[in-house]
Design a protein around this ligand. Structure first.
Ligand code: BGC
Length: 472
């Protein structure tokens, strides 16, 4: 017999049944989507696998979780001061920021966005880094700071092996980047070399970080209990504060650090096959249609870059099986990548409001005029796919909370999917509570950790350096 808490968990993660007048049709659709629906027992199994992968990663054993040391051993303490540059690279926009900190508070923030064309995101990395340096110098010169020595924090939101706070070796590209010649190279050195070749500014990279790390640090300026940074956007990942004595990969000399931020890189969870038991036909298609096949398994289940594609694969299958749309499958729906994750958020908003305006508008982009059944089915598919994503993220967060064993944890969260989806936040709150009832936690929306956090890290890096010098 199922214990009451397990039953509550199992029941809470079930989505509302599909409500169609034709029972046979309904049954067929539900059967097809059954592979996307996880039971309470499966949720528990994923929890165990995630914990085991985390432990292996931290102990430097084979694992799909990198558990990378960021070498950031402390949180902002209100003494951060100065003018810093920050770079934010991760999506299709690249941002350069100038931030001034006084007593740990940002008092000035100038930002410029630069678009990164598709031809720079794939192919050789040399033009990409030349372009990044060009943007930095354009920004610095426009601020009139070309003769000022500026410390820079570089948010590079891709998996890195860190040899120190200012060395980040790219493990693999993710999301919409694929410049193979950069893999295995230090992104800081590449940027500094490109800046040196230009020679028109005096910028020094003092720290490289991940967007989750920036989010944790930015969150910590708002709430001292912040100990997890979480991104649920185009990509997904989390980092957390770990006890320093548990961390085996530590290259520079230790200086009595008590804690350190660990970048989990959970997007790669399952790349070694440990999550194959939840992989559906739709996930396999989604993977096959992606830029980097067979990598970042978990990210492909949950993040904004891929969720729309999972839904598109399901809709195409339903349409081809004669269960959706009376006409032939529209050509434009057959094109991978054409169903954006933002459409899911819009359709989910309809479900919340009890209407179908957004769904009709989305479908009109594909020249589809839906009937009543179509609308219900599409809403159901969007709900099933997003609910699975919410559950999977919640499983990892709950496992992390159990592993951290803190009295109370605030989770700083950012990312477009988290912000735009109308139900993710409440599902996550409910699922995390059910998965780990004894833990106290708070999900705290956090703005622009990848920009502001980079300046905070740069300030912390300088503080650590000064402290070391004065101890000599
Ligand atoms: C990257 C992570 C990043 C996440 C969110 C993933 O694809 O591997 O480093 O934190 O996206 O941007």
């Amino acid at each position: 017999m199922m214990v009451p808490t397990e039953r509550a968990l199992h029941e809470a993660i079930q989505v509302a049944p599909l409500d169609l007048p034709d029972d046979v049709k309904r049954q067929k659709i539900e059967n097809l989507l059954a592979q996307m629906r996880l039971s309470g027992a499966t949720a528990r199994k994923i929890q165990k696998v995630f914990l085991s992968e985390m432990n292996k990663g931290i102990h430097q054993q084979d694992s799909s979780l990198q558990m990378e040391n960021t070498y950031i051993p402390e949180l902002p303490d209100g003494t951060e001061e100065g003018l810093f540059l920050a770079l934010d690279l991760g999506g299709t926009n690249f941002r350069v920021l100038l931030l001034e900190l006084v007593h740990g508070v940002i008092v000035r923030e100038d930002v410029k966005k630069y678009h990164i064309d598709a031809h720079l995101r794939v192919g050789s990395g040399i033009p990409l880094f030349e372009y990044l340096a060009e943007c930095v110098s354009d920004f610095v010169i426009s601020e009139g700071l070309q003769d000022v020595e500026l410390a820079l924090g570089f948010t590079f939101s891709f998996p890195m092996i860190q040899h120190s706070l200012d060395v980040g070796i790219l493990v693999t590209w993710t999301k919409s980047f694929n410049c193979p010649d950069v893999v295995g190279k230090d992104c800081v050195a590449l940027l500094e070399e490109a800046l040196e070749r230009r020679g028109d500014t005096r910028v020094k990279v003092v720290a490289v970080l991940n967007d989750t790390t920036g989010t944790l640090l930015q969150g910590a300026t708002q709430d001292p209990e912040t100990a997890i940074g979480l991104i649920l956007g185009t990509g997904s990942n989390a980092c957390y504060l770990e006890r320093a004595d548990k961390v085996e990969h530590w290259e520079p000399e230790r200086h009595g650090e008590r804690e350190v931020i660990i970048d989990i890189e959970w997007g790669a969870f399952g790349d070694n096959g440990v999550l194959d038991f939840i992989k559906t036909d739709f996930d396999r298609q989604n993977d096959a249609n992606s830029l980097l096949v067979s990598s970042f398994t978990f990210e492909k289940y949950i993040s904004g870059k891929y969720l729309g594609e999972v839904v598109r694969c399901i809709l195409v299958k339903l349409s081809k099986d004669g269960l959706l749309f009376t006409r032939e499958t529209p050509e434009s729906l057959l094109i991978p990548g054409n169903f954006l994750t933002d459409y899911i958020s819009l359709i989910e908003q309809d479900t919340v409001d009890g209407g179908s305006t957004n769904a009709k508008e989305v479908l009109s982009k594909f020249n589809i005029i839906p009937d009543e059944d179509d609308l219900k089915i599409i809403q159901y598919v969007c709900e099933v796919a997003s609910n699975r994503a919410a559950l999977l993220v919640s499983i990892c967060v709950a496992t992390l909370l159990d592993h951290m064993k803190r009295e109370e944890v605030t989770i700083a969260v950012d990312g477009s999917l988290y912000k735009h989806h109308p139900r993710l936040q409440s599902w996550m709150k409910q699922y995390i509570s059910l998965l780990t009832p004894a833990r106290k936690f708070k999900l705290m929306p956090t703005q622009d950790g990848s920009g502001k956090g980079a300046a905070i890290v740069a300030a912390i890096a300088l503080r650590l350096k000064k402290r070391l010098e004065s101890a000599k």
